[in-house]
Ligand binder design. Structure first.
Ligand code: 4NP
Length: 155
């Protein structure tokens, strides 16, 4: 059984958190870290949808196929199932704090805190014209930091 389990959370679970999941899977594998990984959205509008085509494309450019991922909404039992829940921005984090059942053990954090940028958001790329290169660079840097911290004993 894995010692750690990590859930990445954004708003829609079709852009940022699937990329965070993919980048973290890459980094965990590279370090030989046995860890359960998933992603979810605080909103439910995209439930069952595959990732945004722009997210699929940037993942593919970086060697990962995320075409099989499907969006889902955060659930109450996520706060018990996962040791770590990582939010992409402050709104996501505030919503998670509100949804968290009293006494649930999951440790909540902001994604870019794991890249030495505490308080900084992974900007929502959904309405932007960017090719998601910035999003990938952000989530990849944080995924690497988090994977190293877990390997070294905690985060
Ligand atoms: P994500 O991006 O939270 O990174 O998945 C968004 C996806 C969909 C919407 C907003 C942000 N939306 O409003 O539908």
């Amino acid at each position: 059984m894995s010692k750690f389990s990590v859930l990445f959370v954004c708003l829609g679970n079709i852009c940022r958190s699937p990329l965070a999941e993919a980048a973290f899977r890459l980094e965990a594998e590279r370090l030989g870290l046995a860890v359960e990984v998933d992603s979810a959205g605080t909103g439910g509008w995209h439930q069952g949808d595959p990732p945004d085509p722009r997210a699929r494309a940037v993942a593919r450019r970086n060697g990962v196929d995320i075409g099989g991922y499907r969006a889902r909404q955060v659930r109450e039992d996520d706060f018990v199932r996962f040791t770590h829940i990582v939010a992409m921005d402050g709104d996501n984090l505030a919503n998670l704090e509100r949804l968290r059942p009293p006494g649930a053990p999951a440790e909540l954090s902001l994604m870019l805190a794991h890249a030495g940028r505490p308080g900084a958001p992974v900007e929502d790329p959904y309405y932007g014209g960017d090719d998601f290169g910035v999003t990938w660079a952000d989530v990849h840097a944080a995924a690497r930091g988090l994977a190293q911290a877990l390997r070294d004993g905690g985060a």
